[in-house]
Design a protein around this ligand. Structure first.
Ligand SMILES: Nc1nc2c(c(=O)[nH]1)N[C@H]1C(S)=C(S)[C@@H](COP(=O)(O)OP(=O)(O)OC[C@H]3O[C@@H](n4cnc5c(=O)[nH]c(N)nc54)[C@H](O)[C@@H]3O)O[C@H]1N2
Ligand SMILES: Nc1nc2c(c(=O)[nH]1)N[C@H]1C(S)=C(S)[C@@H](COP(=O)(O)OP(=O)(O)OC[C@H]3O[C@@H](n4cnc5c(=O)[nH]c(N)nc54)[C@H](O)[C@@H]3O)O[C@H]1N2
Ligand code: SF4
Ligand SMILES: [Mo]
Length: 584
C-alpha cells in the first residue's frame, strides 16, 4: 500500500496515515499496524492541518473496525430473529421490496433518510446522487433539518449557494463571539478546526478575547474570557440589540468590500431600531451595559467574528438568528477579512458541482412544512407514515441514520416505522431504528475505505487537501456504501440514460477515486492537487490560510450579496409576539 512505510525497529510494524472521519475536525491520524492488526492510533504530527492533535474518540476507529457486534453481512428479520443472507440475495430482495411498494402505492410512497455519517464518507458523497435518482421519490429527509439548515438558507439567500458558508478565521481572530456552540465538547461544527482548546487559548494568549453565549456553563465557557448565560431561544433579541448598538455608536462600517457588495445594506439599521440593549436585557438575562461593552469590544478589536452554531440553529428563531449573526459580520466589516468570517477555497469545491438550493417548492402532505432543496424536515417523517391517504409512506430506506434516537418525538417515529410494509437500513448495527428494517445492509468499516474529505474541506479554517487509500482491503464478501448504492441503482433504474449507466459502470470498475480525480480537475487547485501529488504527500498538502474570496465567492449572477431584507424582516412579527408574551 502506497502510504504504508516500514518503521526502523520492527519490520512487521507499518505506519498508515489517514484522516479521522468521526467528527468534522479532520484530524490526521497515524495508525501503526501489523498486517490486519491495528497496534495503535496516534495523532499525525506531520499533518499540516491538525499537527498531531487527536481527541480520545480517534481510537474508536479501531473499536468500530474490530467490534464483534458490527454486522459483517446482510441480515434479514424473520419470525425467528435476524438471519444472515448473501449480498446478491439481499440486494435483490431490497430492490424487489422497493419496487413492490412503488408499484402498489406510487413512487413517493417510498421515503429515504440520509443520516449524518454519510457526509463523512467519500464514496458515499460521490455516489449518493445515483442512488437518489434511482429511487425516484420526492419523499426525502436528512439530518439537515435537525442541524445546519439555517446556515444553508442564509448562505443561499446572501451568497447564492447553500454551501457557500463563511467560517470563523479562528487562527487569526482577536475576538471570537461563540453563540450556541460548544466546540470543546463537539470539536467544532461548520468550522472544521482540530484542537479548538489550543486555538481558543491562542486567541487569549495574543491578547484577544473569546466570549461565549450559552444557557449552560459549558466546557468552552470554562476556558473563555467571558461567558454570558442567556435565556434559551432569546438570542435573536441579543443579536438585534447588538445590531442596534452597532448603529447607535457609529460602529457600522459600510465601506468594507462586503458591505459595498450588498445593495440593501442601508435598510439594516431600521431592522433593529426598536431593540435597544435596555429593552432586551430582562428577557435575555444579559444586562444592557454588558451588551454595550460586548459591542464596543467586538467593533474595536483588530479583528472579530460572530459565530453561531447548534444552539441558535435548532431553536424557534434559528433562521433569523443565523441571519443576524451574518449581518453583524457584514455591517462591522468582518466578512471576508482576516480574523473575521471567511470563505474556504477547497480543492474540491462542491459549490460548483451542486445546485444553489431552494426553499418551499413543495410542502409535506400532512403538516405542510416547506422542503429545502428537495428534503422535508424530519419532524414531518412520522406523520407521513402514520396518516393514511394518497402519498402515505409505506416503505423506507434509512441510510446511515438512527432517527428514532436523533430526531424529536422518537417514540412516535418508532411506532410509525413498525407499521411500514417494507424497510431497509444501511447500517453497521441493529439499532433503535434499524431494528424495524426487513433487511440491514452493513457497509465496510472506515478503515477499509479510501478517504478524501469532500464535505469538511469546504468548512475548514485552513485550506488543505489529503487523500488516503484504504488501510485494509475490503473482504470479498463485504461491500462499500457506494457499492451498495450503485448495485441498488442498477437494479432499480435499468432504463437510466446511457451516460448515467456509463458513470455507474466506470465507478463500479475503478472505484469513486475516478470521481474524485474528475472533481480535482475542475477545482481551483488543479495544478497542486492531483491524485499523484496527494499520494506523494500522505500527511496532506497545505494550501495556505483562508484568503479574501469576494466577489468571486458569490454565486449570484450579479456578484452581489442579496440581503433579502423583506423576507427576514417579516419574521420580526414572531419576535414581537415573543416579547409581548414575556411582558404579559
Ligand atoms: N437530542 C439530540 N438530538 C440530536 C442532536 C443533539 O445534540 N441532541 N444532534 C443532531 C445532529 S447535529 C445530528 S447531525 C443528528 C445525527 O443523527 P443521525 O443522522 O441519525 O446520525 P447518527 O445518529 O450519527 O448515526 C446514524 C447511524 O449511522 C450508522 N453509521 C455510522 N457510520 C456509517 C457508515 O459509514 N455507513 C453507514 N451506512 N452507516 C453508518 C451508525 O451505526 C448509526 O446507527 O442528530 C441530531 N439529533
Ligand atoms: N462527541 C461527539 N462530538 C460530536 C458529535 C457527537 O455526536 N458526539 N456530533 C457532531 C455533530 S453532527 C455536530 S453538528 C456538532 C455540533 O457541535 P456544536 O454546534 O458545538 O453543538 P453542541 O455541542 O450541541 O453545543 C450547542 C450548545 O448550544 C447551547 N444552547 C442550547 N440552546 C441554546 C440557546 O437557545 N441559545 C444559545 N445561545 N445556546 C444554546 C447548548 O447548551 C450547547 O452548549 O458536534 C459534533 N461533535
Ligand atoms: S476531534 Fe473529531 S476528527 Fe479529531 S480525532 Fe476526535 S473524532 Fe476524530
Ligand atoms: Mo450534526
Amino acid at each position: 500500500m502506497t502510504t504504508t512505510v516500514a518503521t526502523s525497529n520492527t519490520v512487521n510494524e507499518q505506519l498508515h496515515f489517514r484522516t479521522c472521519t468521526l467528527c468534522e475536525a479532520m484530524c490526521g491520524v497515524e495508525i501503526k499496524h501489523d498486517g490486519e492488526k491495528v497496534l495503535s492510533i496516534k495523532g499525525d504530527k506531520n499533518d499540516p492541518f491538525s499537527q498531531g492533535y487527536i481527541c480520545p474518540k480517534a481510537t474508536a476507529l479501531q473499536d468500530l473496525h474490530e467490534d464483534p457486534d458490527r454486522l459483517r453481512q446482510p441480515v434479514e428479520r424473520t419470525a425467528d430473529g435476524w438471519k444472515p443472507i448473501s449480498w446478491p440475495e439481499a440486494l435483490d430482495k431490497v430492490a424487489a421490496g422497493i419496487q413492490s411498494i412503488q408499484q402498489k402505492y406510487g413512487q413517493n410512497a417510498l421515503g429515504v433518510y440520509l443520516g449524518n455519517p454519510n457526509v463523512h464518507n467519500m464514496g458515499g458523497m460521490l455516489t449518493i446522487k445515483q442512488l437518489l435518482t434511482s429511487l425516484k421519490t420526492r419523499s426525502r429527509f436528512s439530518a439537515t433539518s435537525i442541524d445546519q439548515l439555517p446556515h444553508h438558507i442564509v448562505s443561499m439567500h446572501l451568497f447564492g449557494h447553500m454551501l457557500r458558508i463563511p467560517i470563523p478565521d479562528v487562527n487569526h481572530t482577536q475576538y471570537m463571539l461563540i453563540i450556541g456552540g460548544n466546540p470543546l465538547a463537539s470539536n467544532g461544527s461548520i468550522m472544521t478546526a482540530p484542537n479548538m482548546r489550543q486555538k481558543l487559548k491562542d486567541i487569549k494568549a495574543r491578547d484577544g478575547k473569546v466570549v461565549v453565549i450559552d444557557p449552560r456553563r459549558t466546557e468552552t465557557a470554562d476556558i473563555a474570557s467571558e461567558h454570558h448565560f442567556i435565556r434559551p431561544a432569546t438570542d435573536v433579541l441579543l443579536l438585534l440589540a447588538m445590531l442596534n448598538e452597532i448603529y447607535a455608536q457609529g460602529y457600522a462600517k459600510l465601506d468594507s468590500k462586503a458591505a459595498t457588495l450588498a445593495p440593501e445594506i442601508d435598510r439594516i439599521a431600521m431592522f433593529a431600531k426598536e431593540y435597544t440593549p435596555e429593552s432586551v436585557a430582562d428577557i435575555t438575562g444579559i444586562a444592557a451595559p454588558e451588551i454595550k461593552r460586548m459591542v464596543k469590544e467586538f467593533c474595536e478589536a483588530e479583528s472579530s467574528v460572530c459565530y453561531g452554531r447548534m444552539g441558535i440553529s435548532v431553536q424557534e428563531f434559528g433562521l433569523l438568528s443565523q441571519y443576524l449573526s451574518m449581518v453583524i459580520n457584514i455591517v462591522t466589516g468582518r466578512l471576508d477579512e482576516v480574523g473575521g468570517a471567511m470563505f474556504p477555497n477547497p480543492a474540491i469545491d462542491v459549490v460548483n458541482s451542486s445546485g444553489p438550493g431552494y426553499l418551499g417548492k413543495r410542502h409535506s402532505r400532512v403538516s405542510h412544512l416547506p422542503d429545502f432543496n428537495g428534503e422535508y424536515p424530519v419532524v414531518a417523517m412520522a406523520d407521513e407514515m402514520l396518516v393514511a391517504g394518497e402519498g402515505q409512506l409505506k416503505g423506507f430506506m434509512m441510510v446511515a441514520g438512527n432517527p428514532v434516537i436523533s430526531t424529536p418525538n422518537g417514540e412516535k417515529l418508532d411506532k410509525a416505522l413498525s407499521q411500514l410494509e417494507f424497510m431497509v437500513s444501511l447500517d453497521y448495527f441493529v439499532t433503535e431504528t434499524s431494528r424495524h428494517a426487513n433487511i440491514i445492509l452493513p457497509p465496510v468499516s472506515p478503515l477499509e475505505r479510501d478517504h478524501y474529505d469532500i464535505t469538511f474541506n469546504g468548512f475548514a479554517v485552513h485550506n488543505v487537501a489529503k487523500y488516503s487509500p484504504a488501510l485494509f482491503d475490503r473482504k470479498d464478501n463485504a461491500m462499500h456504501d457506494w457499492e451498495i448504492y450503485l448495485e441498488l441503482a442498477d437494479r432499480l433504474d435499468k432504463d437510466a440514460p446511457e451516460a448515467t449507466q456509463k458513470e455507474r459502470a466506470a465507478t463500479k470498475a475503478f472505484g469513486p477515486k475516478i470521481l474524485l480525480e474528475q472533481g480535482l480537475k475542475y477545482g481551483p487547485h488543479r495544478e497542486a492537487v492531483t491524485i499523484e501529488t496527494l499520494l506523494a504527500n500522505p500527511h496532506g498538502i497545505d494550501l495556505g490560510p483562508l484568503h479574501s474570496m469576494l466577489p468571486e465567492a458569490i454565486k449570484h449572477a450579479d456578484k452581489q450579496i442579496h440581503l433579502h431584507v423583506d423576507f427576514y424582516q417579516a419574521d420580526l412579527a414572531r419576535v414581537r409576539e415573543m416579547v409581548q408574551q414575556y411582558n404579559e
